[in-house]
Write a protein that binds this ligand. Sequence first.
Ligand code: 13P
Length: 262
Amino acid sequence: MTNQRIPLIAGNWKMNLDHQQAIALVQKLAWSLKDANHDYKSAEVVVFPPFTDLRSIQTLIDADKLELGLGAQDLSKFDSGAYTGEISGAFLKKLDVKYVLVGHSERRQYHNETDEVIQAKTAAAFRHGLVPIICVGETLEQLENEGQSAVPIRQTLAALAGHEKLGDFVIAYEPVWAIGTGKVATAEEAASVAGKLRAAISEAFGSELAAATRILYGGSVKAVNVAGFLRSPEVDGVLVGGASLDAEEFSGIARFQKHLAL
Ligand code: 13P
């Protein structure tokens, strides 16, 4: 079962790059991966641009028959209607978006997204056939008060609770104190939390689902430290912020296998 979890290398651009810059970056990234004979079946590579870039990237992927995947950074919990500024999962699906980030810590922090909102957004992703990447992680204060795995477990179970049927989903463990700070969780810490998250999913939903669930690490991942995280059989990929804005660096992360032997 474990070997069915194809590593997922996800690049969250956050609020960076307009649609023209986006095209340039994706072209560079695709070239760099092609140059290195990247096997997308051994590591899936997905970019998460801002909404305004999605159509341009979709067109580029289509025209150049790229194997890169497309993701979105958020979606509405509603399907349509009078919700100014919101983006429906239905619109994302129409743009061939496969994955959608849900509950990123920046949404929790700056947009007051609660566990209830994140559960509803997860449901919206399931309704529209999108794969939610449910982001979980503790702040520095929570780390000090509750340790490293209590908060991510609580957030994961809250997002997955109350669905009639679970669709495909991915969990991304991103300690808030490691995002954009240059502070990185150790590979051992990431593996330990991923293992505990898998155990909690197993307890709540059964061992088969737990064994099939991909759990990513995110927070200051770079080409030089990626292999450490992915060496653990518990960590099935990475969610990369800053380093995904540099085509060469992100391509180096996607080609993590070359570092594994070192
Ligand atoms: P950095 O890689 O810039 O720390 O960001 C991580 C992140 O938040 C990805 O979603």
